[in-house]
Design a binder for this molecule. Sequence first.
Ligand code: C2E
Ligand code: CA
Ligand code: CA
Length: 757
Amino acid sequence: MRTVLSVIFVLLIIALLLCVVFSLRSKKPIGKSVANLLVGLTIPVLGNLILIVTSVQLFAEFGCNVYFLGMDAAVISLLFFTHAYCEIGKPKLSIKLLIYVLFGIDVVQYILNPFIRFTFTTEEISVDGRAYYRLLPYIGQTYHRVVCYGLFFASLIIFIVMTAKASKVYVEKYMVILFSMVITGGIETYYIFSGHPLDMSMIGFGFFGLLVYFFSLQYRSMRVLDKLLASMASDMPEALFFFDKDGKCIWTNDPGRKLIGISKENYDDVVANLRFLFDDIDLESSGWEKRVIIGYGDEAQYLDLSMRSAVDELGRTTGSYLSVRDNTEEQRTIEREIYKSTHDAVTGLYTRENLIERITKRLNHDKETDYMIGYIEVSNFKMINDVFGSEFGTTTLLKVADTIKTNSSPKTIYGKLGYDSFGILIDKKAFDEEKLEKLLETFSIADENMEHHIIIHFGVYDFNPDEDIDVQLWFDSARLATAAITDNYQNRIVYYDDKLRNEVIHDQLISNQLKDAIEEKQIRPYLQPIVDSRGLLAGAEALVRWIHPEEGFMNPGQFIPVFERNGLISVVDKYMWRCACEILASWKERGIEAFISINVSPKDFYRLNVVSELKSLVEEHNIKPEKLRVEITETAMTSDSVDMIKTISDLREYGFIVEMDDFGSGYSSLNLLKDINLDLLKIDMQFLKDSERNMKAGLIIKSIINMSEDLGIDTLTEGVETAKQYEKLFDMGCKLYQGYYFSKPIPVEDFEKQWFD
Ligand code: C2E
Ligand code: CA
Ligand code: CA
């Protein structure tokens, strides 16, 4: 019996010491308290082991001392462990002091015991046929027991209180330790008071230690986990359905009940209801995901289903669960984002990329229908925006979009291409050019004051069905067709064709050649005389000519519109102005008093500071500013974006003579005269032409001349081709004349020869 017990004790000691090592290695904060307690529990076991093994009285008494002092250590460390385990903080200092004093006395009485025999002595008996020393307690031993029990009960009470207070889920945590303590304490008490020679209560001590180790450091409460998982599942926004291995529903959360419309705790109908809601749902297999859309349009609900199974450690299916997530909101957000990125914010039409993609797709799939590409542009949209305000601009774009919408045929695809342009795929069969023409002709927008006529250009690219599909390029071509429109008013629908293509290439070519052409003097001024009523030379107009090495003699009509479109006109004009100044400077030297008129393109006012350019030129050439006359066309003067009134008055103030060119060709000629102070009106030659057949035109010229006289403005008539015209104008009181009757524009040398030599 003694041998068996000693083997058990040795094993327990080893087990406890191993747990001490593991506790110290544990990362949990309670690890140290557990290790202390385990050491505290090991010592009395060791004491008892000595007592059982030995047959020598001295060793037996030593074993007793180890046992009792170990008990002290055990109960003290139990109290500290209890505090840590129940997370109630460390014992107060006063309590600690009290404990150390009480146990200090105990230690002292054990040390002094061999001399004063105050606590215990031993008597020899025979156990298993060998001497065994049994304990005989004195009064000091009672003291020891009181303090030990006191401390033990203190820990016990703490555990009882914690168990009572803990929520259901955590009761288990305290209960296990509490029970182990009660049982260990009970066994210990039994052995103390039963007088049994061999103290087997130490086995209980050992097991208590192991239990403490397990519950503090190894055990994860499955109950806690279960509860947490269950409450998490209940709170999930997804509908969850749990099935056992036979496919019977065993639980669903609130969203699940709501989704399929069942009352609490009634899981019988779940499977049937799920089958009803999700037509061909497969509840037998798992590991699948699928999206189900319930309802249509704005009412549609997007549900993402996912079926999973659970397996145990051996890989056997223990059940499965279905989760149903309502992703309608996310889906709507995604759809809104997609819509935003594929539709124009103002008109709601497709954006450029989207439009091109859709047209390309259609052309790839529909080879039967005959299509062509249309490019629609609001002419002068920037000006419309500037002058009438952006709200009016937006209204314009909306009306264009609406017009396209209401007039498009079923196969049409249209969208917004750019700031002021729209693109359209036209079904040729449904295309009615005459109707479109009318539509464009009458397109207008009313504001509170009046109806504004808006000019819309419509470029068409009629592609060849065999061509590689390149919608982007086709739109560019259709746009080019509109860009080539020079008369805003007549031509609204234009086709991109080979002629236009060649023109575009040609325009590009001459633009690239311009710089060299100026340097090589291919571009040069011609002079056309301007005479007075006596037929004497008053001055000349400088008109540009390009003597091109390949194309030959080019009139301004062949290149000026190109350069006005791409802005290069300013380069030409600056050069022409310089030439005019050089000629004037040479005339000055020869004592010739004639003036030269130069042309200023409307575009120059955007690109140059015309006033300072001209000033510095006359200063550089040391000529009088009044010798350099400045012709500004009537349309340039009506430009809203530049302060023309100021520009003109600056020019005149400096001494330039400012002339209005092509007077009468625009709209607001007469209106302009009341706001702008001018020196001369150049009456548009169309009037003169018309006056041949039309009495009224003649009368208009006469009244213009009369009115100018009243305003103190001189008049010049252009395009005088016959003596008869000259006479008539002379009679009307015109001051200056210009036209083929006197001379065509000619090279400078010829001009000088003809008039000055
Ligand atoms: P414009 O300023 O009205 O110039 C008068 C145009 O009428 C010139 O045409 C001239 O040759 C033409 N002309 C003169 N007398 C008669 C006539 O009796 N009968 C007919 N049928 N025509 C006559 P051109 O030289 O071809 O110039 C055309 C336009 O090109 C000019 O019209 C002007 O607007 C522009 N232009 C010419 N040179 C320049 C220049 O250096 N800079 C700028 N910006 N524009 C220029
Ligand atoms: Ca002119
Ligand atoms: Ca003119």
